[in-house]
Design a protein around this ligand. Structure first.
Ligand code: PAF
Length: 290
């Protein structure tokens, strides 16, 4: 391993800590005709992240796969899990190496938010609903860091999981509204065999709660199964499954169109759920054809 003040190289993978340095390298690569494909993460990489990286590597052309690993303090509320969020950097770098990532960006908080940095991206009304209603300020934190990462990395294409569906919709909208010259691609959720959506936070679940957690996906599937009967039937079927698990404290169950507006019969829809199980907050969603 070669270590420098700014970063280090391990095998085929180069790890950068400095935003300016990473920006210089990706600009040079783009100038040489390579396409930069980007997967932003907070680390604790699991199969869902690996799937994002695989999608990125399959993009057409001579691609440079770039992954960022940064636990973004701006998107955590005061009583959330910032301090205990898992940070297994060596395992994450090994996963990146296995998946053929070329550049990993691992900035320090002070590199991303130097003293005096106060400007934020406002997420608009959509950022205040669903997750935003339960976690005020969360999406301003997400969009601010994603905007900064887009500027630093300069990707041609960026990949986000559908698991965080509202985040995917908001990032897509931000890229359009603020003229980022890139494509945002959503990648389907990766699940455990019992249906639980993969998430770094699943590690917090007690064994009993881990058994209960797939109820969320079961509820979504029950809703999707009666989509031909209309929005009320979808919500009632999903709610009936959630009600069977008293340990679940449901934050919301909502049916929307694919852009998170009101559901429209004949248009693609989305059924979204968030619930607490013990001290762990779980979210999930499913496509609905109304
Ligand atoms: O989805 C995540 O892991 C984070 O919200 C993201 C997009 C990396 C921004 O910190």
């Amino acid at each position: 391993m070669t270590t420098t003040r700014r970063g280090y190289t391990t095998g085929e993978l180069t790890v950068h800590r400095s935003p300016a340095e990473l920006n210089k390298i990706t600009r040079t690569l783009r100038g040489a005709g390579r396409k930069v494909v980007f997967v932003p993460t907070m680390g604790a990489l699991h199969e869902g992240h690996r799937e994002l990286i695989r999608h990125a590597r399959r993009a057409a052309g001579a691609v440079v796969p770039v992954v960022s690993i940064f636990v973004n303090p701006l998107q955590f509320g005061p009583n959330e899990d910032l301090a205990r969020y898992p940070r297994p950097l060596e395992a994450d770098l090994a996963a990146c190496r296995e998946e053929g990532v070329e550049l990993v960006f691992v900035p320090e908080v002070a590199d991303m938010y130097p003293e005096g940095a106060e400007t934020k991206v406002h997420a608009g009304p959509l950022g205040a609903r669903l997750e935003g209603a339960v976690r005020p300020g969360h999406f301003a934190g997400v969009l601010t860091v994603v905007a900064k990462l887009f500027h630093i990395v300069g990707p041609d294409v960026a990949f986000f999981g559908e698991k965080d569906y509202q985040q995917l919709v908001l990032v897509t909208k931000m890229a359009r509204d603020l003229d980022f010259p890139l494509h945002v691609v959503g990648v389907p959720t990766v699940r455990e065999p019992d249906g639980l959506a993969l998430s770094s936070r699943n590690a917090y679940l007690s064994p009993q709660d881990r058994e209960r957690a797939p109820t969320l996906h079961r509820a979504l599937k029950a809703g999707a199964g009666v989509s031909a009967n209309g929005p009320d039937a979808v919500l009632a079927a999903a709610r009936a499954v959630l009600d069977q698990e008293p340990a679940l404290d449901v934050d919301y169950l909502e049916l929307t169109d694919a852009e998170l507006g009101p559901p429209r019969v004949g248009a693609p829809g989305r059924l979204l759920v968030a619930a607490r199980l013990g001290g762990t907050r779980l979210i999930d969603n499913i496509a609905i054809a109304l």
